[in-house]
Design a protein around this ligand. Sequence first.
Ligand SMILES: C[C@H](N[C@H](C(=O)O)[C@@H]1CCCN1C(=O)[C@@H](N)CC(=O)O)C(=O)N1CCC[C@H]1C(=O)O
Ligand SMILES: [Zn+2]
Length: 626
Amino acid sequence: ALDPEQEVRVVDPEQEARQYLELLDKEYGRRANVETLAEWGYASNITDETLQYKLNVSAEHAKFQKQQWLETIKYPWHTYKDPDIRRQFQKYSVLGTAALSEEKFDKLEKLVSEMESIYSTAKVCDYNDATKCDLSLEPELTERLAESRDPKELSHIWVEWRHASGEKVRSQFEHYVALSNEAAVLNNFTDASAYWLKDYEAEDFQDQVKALWDQVKPLYQQLHAYVRRRLNEKYGDDVVNRRGPIPAHLLGNMWAQTWNNIFDISVPFPGKQNIDVTEEMVKQGYTPLRMFKLSEEFFVSLNLSAMPETFWKNSILEKPEGRELICHASAWDFYDSKDFRIKQCTAVNMEDLFTAHHEMGHIQYFLQYKDQPFIYKEGANPGFHEAVGDVMALSVSTPKHLRKVGLLDGASTDDPEATINYLYLQGLQKIVFLPFAYVVDLWRWAVFQGEITSDAYNCNWWKLRGQYQGIEPPVDRTEEDFDPGSKYHVIASVPYIRYFVSFIIQFQFHRALCIEAGEYDPQDESKPLHECDIYQSTKAGNLLSKMLQMGSSKPWPDAMEVVTGQRLMDASGLLEYFRPLHKWLEQENAKTSEYIGWDPTDKHCVQTRVELEKLKAQPVEKEDSE
Ligand SMILES: C[C@H](N[C@H](C(=O)O)[C@@H]1CCCN1C(=O)[C@@H](N)CC(=O)O)C(=O)N1CCC[C@H]1C(=O)O
Ligand SMILES: [Zn+2]
């Protein structure tokens, strides 16, 4: 432990506190570097050895943290006048999972690592070839879910992935919940959900999120009704009930979190120029490296930072042969102000081009706050970190920008039907995602709070998925399944409400940067928000940089105010961006007198498949007439 007494003479207590913080900063930063390297070693090469090394390093780190914490809490930091050292002490005084006994800490680390390994190495058999059983989530299953238009194949992939991932980790997850809650209580939080929510520094944060959801829900329901009609037209009434939830396996994504992969079969105005540039990327011989270089060039055009040489040397941008690794894309800060990496099993398509921008946004944030004290090397809140890359992608995805980089040909047209097609594609990613992101942590908060118990994990998952997203499983589910465990963040213990926050605030940032770039004017109809491309605007880049450099040194409303002048999250940016689509959907759904919303299904909440079969064998009771 660092002994503060080694200083001989101290002038004033706050000066001594500052010196102590400098000691902490050096020691925590050095140790974080070692720990992150060990985590990378495991995530990029899953073996017993790399796991053991990772567990040893994190156990050692936890022991140091606990010892140091006993020193730190001796300081009367609540009394200090300087808000900055108060804030640093406040953050250092939250010990985290290191508060657990060494044995329980190690158990919790092992549980999460095992769940990540099961998820990352899960394999599924091909629908058409039962002897081919080496299909991984990335790239094979992701690609089949995106491209197949055979409901039976889609159902097979959907069910078998859950059988190979979520179902396998239910018991580990239960134990993980108990230990996470125990750690939260040791940190004086009621449960792990309160511990997670501390990062938003707002007592009423969950109410704020609910208010935002209420603001965007009408737009989501209009889009849902339209997509359901188009899927009903394609697959027929037996597969898609025009008044019910949408079967989840038909939506182009393993978790139905974004629906951009069914753009081609539901595009409002067919026959227009194809704004999905995947084909063009392949035709032009795009490689993963070139995708990341394109993204870097966008950041540099705003006068933001280029990637350091080590980034290109140390990153993994393609799935390596001959070893198991965690393919789920991620961005890494090694806390030495020099080493920053991305690990992504990149496929050459538009979706992965935007994921690349998302990850590069994290790296840019790391670079911008690299000179902050270790304890402030975070986003202003976790949603800010998730928003940076997506703000760039809002400009990059415009047809105007795609023409600038040669991925779309022809001159820009102000064809209102083409505009609807573009906003529809954007809506299939941004509007659709919101209820999904909300549900993931609504479910987990309720689990941590004990409202959802393990005997009804899956039933409550599908109740929330039905209630907020209006989707349902392709086949009945029971408590022998554990579908939440088929989603990376749930088994990797990564909070998810950050993405909901990001998908709201990224439009506030986009609007503010577009105004700064002179690309958008609320009064000028000829410059609508959805056409704004901030490319090469150093003014916009400088404004964003001012916020990013702050890290978490100030409460997030201060950071938001720097860019937007606002101190609150609000959905007006998103609603402004999608206004033309919202109007069009209302007109279109009125034309077909579409049923807005969905009849709740009485999806069976039963324990076992045997029970389910019995239930289905019973003659259906006649609806008792009202
Ligand atoms: C593809 C992306 N991977 C995450 C991300 O980049 O956020 C990874 C895994 C979990 C955290 N993470 C990190 O890289 C962090 N180290 C970043 C940080 O430093 O905070 C992801 O999961 N996304 C993107 C949109 C929706 C969501 C999804 O795909 O469900
Ligand atoms: Zn992210």
